[in-house]
Design a protein around this ligand. Sequence first.
Ligand code: NAP
Length: 242
Amino acid sequence: MLKGKTAVVTGAAKGIGKGIALAFAEQGCNIVLNYRSSVAEETIQEIEAKGVKCLPVQGDVSDFAFAGDLMKQVKKELGSIDILVNNAGITRDMLLMRMKEEEFDSVIDTNLKGTFNMIRHASSIMLKQRSGVIINMASVVGVMGNAGQANYAASKAGIIGLTKSVAKELAQRGITCNAIAPGFVETDMTAVLTDEQKEKMMEVIPLRRYGQVEDIARAAVFFAENTYITGQVLNVDGGMVM
Ligand code: NAP
């Protein structure tokens, strides 16, 4: 069903983004692998080993012009943009009273504005195609809030509002837009937490295990395959939010 489609995944050099890129490659999608600092050659080879094309594109999603250039390049080289996964994200955790302006701005710029930038440029191509699937990476923190993450929570709550608005605007052209809200997933982003913080986290996960990138990747494939679903936020969190 997804064979031959083009999937653009941002921040896909590692972690959840890499897992999503591999899952779409497994389904026969050609992959546009956006990365910021570096991408391992073996990741590209892993994708190509699944018999699909992999187009690595380096750049910063918070740069509006870069997002436009990326979409033009994808259209030219692969012909269409069928699936866009806005996964790139950062944290700059700090208590509100000590949070620097730069810490707030950088998180909003990457997570929220980066998502807007990519949707803004991909949607003009999707509108002409009269089809497209947009999947945005939110977080349970965007739903619940979290002490020490006012910047991150605001960016993820913003992504949820953006998702629902885009879903309403683009539905009439057959384009869906949904969000995934992961709980605690074992990646470099969460590896910085102390053992004590991780144990505390486990106490609020009813399924009593940390999420894996494959858990999130399966949800992304689900949204790409189920094009009668739009404007939804799917918690993939072991039951943290219910
Ligand atoms: P990760 O391992 O830190 O990976 C994040 C990726 O995003 C990295 O490859 C990073 O590239 C890239 N990136 C960051 N800023 C970028 C930019 N401006 N332009 C392009 N790429 C950029 O994090 P992760 O855990 O896989 O997280 C992926 C997404 O899931 C994020 O949106 C995160 O907020 C969300 N999420 C994660 C969890 C969790 O528990 N892990 C929970 C909820 C939501 P560089 O390394 O080159 O900077």
